[in-house]
Design a protein around this ligand. Structure first.
Ligand code: ZN
Length: 632
C-alpha cells in the first residue's frame, strides 16, 4: 500500500526551511555564508528570526581558507576534495602559490585542480577526489598576492592508519539518540525500571554496556551544533558547520558543490563491500541518517539527498523510517517532489522490497534489500502510535512499526552478509520532542530506542559476539529532572513540584515487563524543567497530543495557551525569535560493548568516534576505488 495523503505533519521541516532559506537569502545577502546558512539548522527555527534585517557588517578583510581545515585528521586513503579560497580580494591575484608537503598540489595529489572565481573579489582552486595514502603529518602552505594584499596561511593535517586492536569487529551498530543527553537516560530509567529505596530495579539496556565515555559536540565554527554537523563528525571524522554533512563549507551558493570528505557508508562499502542499514524514526532524509552517506552544505536538500540514496557508492541495503513525501511523484498528494519521478519504483527496480506498514514489515521475510517508509513525514512518537492513538495525530498512519521492530528486521537482513555490516539506528524524535519541551514524549521515545538496543545486544551475543555496539547522542538538550510533580495535597503548578526529600519516587509501574509503564498519567510524575525555552505554559501534565509551545501572533511568537490552559507562564530566556527550546553545548554520554568498545573512555572529541569505528573494523581506506564522482 502506498500512502497518498494530503497532509504533511504539522512540523514539516523541509518546506518551511526552503521558504525560510529564500527569505533569508533575500534579507541577508551581505552576511557571510557561514552566518547566513546557519539559519536553517532545525525545522524548529522560525521565519521571523530569519526575516529580521541584518545589521550591516563591516567591510570584510581579505582572507584565505584552506579546506580541509587546520588539524584535520584523515584515515590514510580516504577520499576528499581539497580547496583553497581567497576571499574579499582587492584585486585579481598576481601570485597564487600552494604547496602540500613541499610540492605543488598537482604533483602531490597527481591531479589537475580547477581555478574558479565565485565572485569578482574571490579566487578558488579545487582538487576533487584526492587522497593521502601515507600516514604522517602534512603541511599545506598558501601565499596569495592581490593588489596591496599579501595573504599567507598554513594548515597541518594528520594522516593515520587504523590502529590494530586485540579483537576486530565484523559488524558495527551505531545507535544515535538524537539530542539524548544524560537526563533522558536517567528519566527513561526511572520511568521504565523504577526504584526501590533509591536502587534501580534494573538498568537500561544502554546503561548495561561495558564502556562509558563522554563526547564533545562542537563544530568548526561554533560551540553549539546541529544534528547534521554532529552526525557528520561521527560519519567522517571531520568537523564541519551547522547544517552541513560530509562537506566543508565553501563560498559558493550551491549547497551541493562543497568540498567533500568520505563518509562511513562510502568507506565500508568500497573497501570491504560491507552491507549498510539506516533506520530512523524521522524522515530518512533528515540530518542524522543522511549524514552517514550524504554530502551537502544544507541539510534541507531532501531531494538531493534522495538522489544520493540512489547512488550505488552511497546506497544502503536497508532503509527504514518516514519521509515518503520525498519519493512520491509530485502528482501524488503529499509529495514534496518537483517532478514526476517515482522513487519507490526506482528503488524497486534496483531490487528493493518496499513496505509501508508495520503489518507489511512483519510479513516480509528477509529480502536482500528493504525500503520501509511508514509515514510521509517523520514517524509518530511511541506515546502517539502506541498509547494515545489519536486519529487527528496519526491520520492515516495507524500501522507504524516500533523502532525495535525495524531494528530486528534490519539485523535479519544485514546479518546474512558474509562481509559484515554497518547499521545506524536513530531515535530521532527524542530531539524533535525536546524542542517543543515535551518531556514525556522524548522520554518514552528514549525507552523505545533502548528496547532496540536490547534487541541488538541479544542479536550480537547469538551471532558470534563480533559486533561493536555504540549508543550515543549527537548533541545535548537542556532538559533536567528536578524531582517529582504531585497534586495529592491540593497544591498545583510550581507549588506542587516536589524537591529533595519531598520528591520521593514517582509511581510509574511496568507490570507486564514490556519496558513501558501501563499508566502514563500517574499521580506522582517526573518534574521536568528546561534550562532554555521561549515563553510557554507549563502544567506538568502529559499532553494527549503534541502541541507547540508557541504560536505566531502578528510578527511575534507568543506562548501557546492551548498547550496548558491551567498552566503557568514560563518566561522565556531565549531571543523572542526562537519559538522552541534549542540544543545545548554540554558533552553527551556514550556507551559501548563488543570488540573495539574499549576505545570509548574518558572525554572524547566527537570526530574520534569515527576513528574508533575504523579501528574496530581494521579498515584500510587505501583499498577499493573512489566512491566519488570524478569531478563536479
Ligand atoms: Zn534538534
Amino acid at each position: 500500500m502506498r500512502y497518498s495523503a494530503n497532509l504533511l505533519p504539522s512540523r514539516c521541516s523541509s518546506t518551511c526551511l526552503a521558504v525560510a532559506w529564500l527569505l533569508l537569502a533575500l534579507a541577508t545577502t551581505h552576511v557571510s555564508t557561514l552566518q547566513a546558512t546557519a539559519a536553517d539548522s532545525e525545522g524548529t527555527r522560525t521565519l521571523l528570526a530569519q526575516a529580521q534585517p541584518a545589521v550591516p557588517s563591516p567591510t570584510p578583510q581579505p582572507s584565505l581558507l584552506i579546506l580541509p581545515i587546520n588539524h584535520a585528521k584523515f584515515l590514510a586513503g580516504t577520499r576528499f576534495d581539497f580547496r583553497v579560497e581567497a576571499n574579499h580580494l582587492p584585486a585579481k591575484p598576481t601570485a597564487w602559490e600552494v604547496t602540500v608537503a613541499g610540492q605543488t598540489p598537482e604533483a602531490f595529489f597527481g591531479t589537475q585542480g580547477q581555478v574558479t572565481n565565485t565572485s569578482d573579489h574571490s579566487q578558488e582552486q579545487t582538487f576533487r577526489d584526492v587522497t593521502i595514502a601515507e600516514p604522517g603529518a602534512y603541511k599545506v602552505s598558501v601565499k596569495v598576492v592581490a593588489g596591496e594584499a599579501t595573504l599567507t596561511s598554513m594548515v597541518e593535517y594528520e594522516v593515520v592508519l587504523a590502529k590494530p586492536l586485540a579483537r576486530q569487529a565484523k559488524n558495527v551498530l551505531l545507535f544515535i539518540g538524537d539530542g539524548m543527553s544524560l537526563p533522558f537516560r536517567t528519566a527513561a530509567r526511572i520511568v521504565s525500571r523504577g526504584m526501590q529505596e533509591g536502587k534501580y530495579r534494573s538498568m537500561l539496556e544502554m546503561d548495561d554496556m561495558d564502556h562509558y565515555a563522554v563526547v564533545t559536540t562542537s563544530g568548526m565554527e561554533s560551540i553549539a551544533t546541529d544534528s547534521a554537523n554532529s552526525a557528520s563528525a561521527y560519519a567522517t571524522g571531520h568537523k564541519s558547520v551547522v547544517n552541513a554533512m560530509g562537506v566543508y563549507p565553501d563560498n559558493t551558493k550551491d549547497p551541493n558543490d562543497d568540498p567533500r570528505v568520505e563518509t562511513m557508508v562510502e568507506l565500508v562499502k568500497r573497501t570491504r563491500h560491507m552491507a549498510v542499514g539506516l533506520v530512523t524514526t524521522t524522515e530518512i532524509q533528515d540530518a542524522t541518517p543522511a549524514a552517514m552517506f550524504a554530502h551537502t552544505r544544507r541539510r534541507s536538500e531532501y531531494l538531493a539527498i534522495m538522489d544520493q540514496y540512489l547512488n550505488p557508492a552511497q546506497s544502503a541495503d536497508v532503509i527504514m523510517g518516514g519521509g515518503s513525501a520525498s519519493l512520491l511523484p509530485q502528482s501524488t498528494a503529499g509529495s514534496r517532489r518537483k517532478d514526476n519521478r517515482d522513487l519507490f519504483k526506482e528503488f524497486e527496480t534496483k531490487g528493493y522490497e518496499v513496505v509501508t506498514t508495520r503489518t507489511e514489515l512483519r510479513a516480509t521475510s528477509a529480502p536482500d534489500k528493504l525500503l520501509g517508509l511508514f509515514h510521509l513525514g517523520n514517524m509518530n512518537v511511541y506515546l502517539d502510535k502506541a498509547v494515545f492513538k489519536k486519529a487527528d495525530v496519526l491520520k492515516q498512519f495507524t500501522d507504524q512499526p516500533m523502532l525495535w521492530e525495524m531494528t530486528e528486521k534490519a539485523l535479519d537482513i544485514l546479518g546474512k552478509h558474509a562481509d559484515g555490516f554497518f547499521l545506524m539506528v536513530e531515535g530521532g524524535l527524542i530531539d524533535k520532542q525536546a524542542h517543543p519541551l515535551d518531556g514525556p514524549r522524548a522520554v518514552w521515545d528514549t525507552i523505545e530506542l533502548d528496547k532496540a538496543v536490547g534487541i541488538a545486544k541479544k542479536w550480537a551475543m547469538t551471532h558470534g559476539d563480533n559486533t561493536l555496539i555504540i549508543v550515543v547522542a549527537d548533541h545535548a538538550h537542556s532538559m533536567s529532572i528536578t524531582g517529582t510533580y504531585w497534586e495529592g495535597d491540593g497544591k498545583k503548578g510550581r507549588e506542587a513540584v516536589r524537591v529533595y526529600g519531598e520528591a520521593k519516587f514517582p509511581d510509574y509501574h511496568d507490570a507486564d515487563g514490556d519496558g513501558f509503564p501501563e499508566k502514563v498519567d500517574v499521580s506522582r510524575s517526573l518534574a521536568i524543567h528546561w534550562a532554555n525555552h521561549p515563553d510557554y505554559y507549563e502544567n506538568y501534565k502529559v499532553l494527549e497530543e503534541p502541541l507547540s509551545p508557541t504560536v505566531k501572533e502578528g510578527e511575534k511568537w507568543v506562548a501557546n495557551k492551548q498547550r496548558a490552559e491551567d498552566g503557568e507562564l514560563q518566561t522565556g530566556n531565549l531571543p523572542a525569535s526562537e519559538n522552541n527550546e534549542v540544543h545545548t553545548v554540554e558533552d553527551v554520554p556514550l556507551t559501548a560493548s563488543g570488540p573495539g568498545a574499549e576505545q570509548f573512555h574518558k572525554a572524547m572529541d566527537n570526530t574520534e568516534v569515527f576513528f574508533a569505528i575504523v579501528n574496530a573494523l581494521g579498515l584500510d581506506a587505501r583499498q577499493g576505488t573512489s566512491p566519488f564522482v570524478a569531478t563536479r
